[in-house]
Design a binder for this molecule. Structure first.
Ligand SMILES: [Zn+2]
Length: 444
């Protein structure tokens, strides 16, 4: 099957530019015009797509190419909404889609419209080449992922799961190749952490700011927040993470490999993190071995001369797949003390998909053909994705938007949700090639 990859890359680039130019900042999201663009692109090549709105303006677009039914469907999932920007901090306007020095700039260019563009173009290519399919291929680009997905995949799974039901889903969150030793190591996301967002509340005697006495709510809360922010919570291991670290330990040169394996020894972990050859991996690996609790919002007081009786902090706590909200609260309780109230505002468990599957083997095979001697390992992401709704329904979800973190180029970890988000055209091309082969081999 002949595919002109230069042509495919420019199609993906043009589509990504078009997608980035829709401002789908969530809140409010307003994804419908962007979803309608995807629907119209599909319609122009004879594919009927539906735009569903879980809430007004929150468009999700879904389409299906029919297979012969001999195998269960494969879902190509992505989300259309993006996180907020501070435009004045950007070198190129965040909704411009400008191409500068081989990079396409814009909010969503990595997270997650690159995947939408690739999946849409490959879906169209399957149709154009009339590839005979043994399973349905479903395309879904949805709303509201960045705010938890209740107006996107969460709603769809609850009300129209028939539209998404599949054996496998390809989603955001993985596929990044990192250079280690003299090889590429690609992490395919098979697990993700859950959340346990909490409010910490301290109470104290109110009074006049001119006559401080005893410990105020503000001081108690500040001390608790400080202890929590500095805490290293206990190490826990999940299968995906152990497999990832063991693989790295085996492929790196012996001295570096030893440092990486040291991560699994709680007594050596702190030192091992400092020894990692690529320091940008340290926070990622740390987060994959621990529940984390990050204070993000502080709230107390109305007037400078009034001592408030209540002070509150909100904490973004992320839990490992084998942990619960209760076990995470117990870990936080030990740090903040018994004088602080802990209220859970939102929680959902982490998830893990099996990776001893034909699809995982195909992903490994394809990546190693394009990038010989690569190592392909299951991986866990510290953040959450919409994948968790599908894993809960029995879908095996793999985070796979293949790309390479070329040494010396800006780190994708640093660009996601940050200023100056941008993606290299080379990575768009690479991701397109890998995903095409993975989809073609798995579905035809
Ligand atoms: Zn995303």
């Amino acid at each position: 099957m002949f595919v002109n990859w230069d042509d495919m890359q420019s199609r993906v680039v043009n589509t990504l530019q078009a997608l980035v130019r829709f401002d789908t900042t969530n809140p409010p999201g307003n994804e419908t015009p962007c979803a309608a663009y995807v629907r119209d692109r599909l319609a122009s090549e004879g594919i009927a797509a539906t735009v569903l709105e879980p809430a007004p303006g929150r468009g999700c677009v879904i389409a299906r190419l029919k297979g012969d039914g001999s195998e269960q469907p494969m879902l190509l999932l992505s989300h259309l909404d993006v996180v907020a920007v501070e435009p004045e901090a950007w070198t190129h306007p965040p909704f411009s889609g400008d191409i500068v020095d081989g990079y396409l700039w814009g909010r969503g260019s990595i997270d997650c419209k690159a995947l939408t563009a690739i999946e849409l173009e490959l879906f169209l290519l399957l149709k154009r080449l009339m590839v005979p399919l043994k399973r349905d291929v479903i395309l879904a680009a949805t709303a509201d992922e960045e705010a938890g997905g209740s107006n996107g995949v969460g709603w769809l799974v609850q009300h129209r799961f028939d539209l998404l039901d599949a054996e496998y889903a390809i989603n955001e969150g993985g596929g990044l190749g990192v250079r280690m030793g003299n090889r590429w190591v690609f992490g395919i996301q098979t697990a993700e952490k859950g959340i346990c967002w909490v409010k910490l509340r301290a109470r104290g005697e109110p009074g006049h700011g001119s006559r401080p006495w005893g410990e105020s709510a503000v001081a108690k809360l500040a001390a608790a927040v400080d202890r929590l922010a500095r805490a290293r919570l206990p190490q826990h291991r999940v299968a995906t993470v152990e497999a990832y670290i063991h693989t790295l330990g085996a492929v790196l040169p012996p001295s570096e490999g030893k440092a990486v394996l040291g991560l699994l020894d709680p007594a050596m972990e702190e030192e091992a993190l400092k020894q990692l050859p690529d320091q940008s991996l340290a926070p990622v690996l740390y987060a994959s071995l621990h529940n984390t609790a990050t204070p993000t919002i502080l709230r107390a007081g109305q007037k400078v001369n009034v001592i408030p009786s209540v002070a509150e902090a909100e904490v973004d706590c992320r839990i490992l797949p084998d942990q619960t909200a209760d076990s995470a609260i117990a870990e936080m309780r030990e740090r903040v003390g018994h004088d602080i109230e802990i209220e859970v505002t939102r929680s959902s468990p982490g998830v893990e998909s099996a990776y001893d599957t034909p699809l995982f083997d195909t992903i490994r095979e394809v990546i190693c053909e394009l990038e010989p001697e690569s190592i392909v390992v299951p991986n866990m992401v510290a953040g959450g994705t919409d994948g968790r709704y599908l894993v809960a329904k029995g879908v095996k979800v793999y985070g796979l938007r293949p790309s390479k973190m070329v040494p010396g180029e800006p780190s994708m970890f640093a660009l996601i949700h940050s200023h100056n988000e941008r993606i290299s055209l080379d990575n768009l091309g690479f991701g397109t090639r890998v995903l095409w082969e993975v989809i073609r081999r798995t579905c035809s």
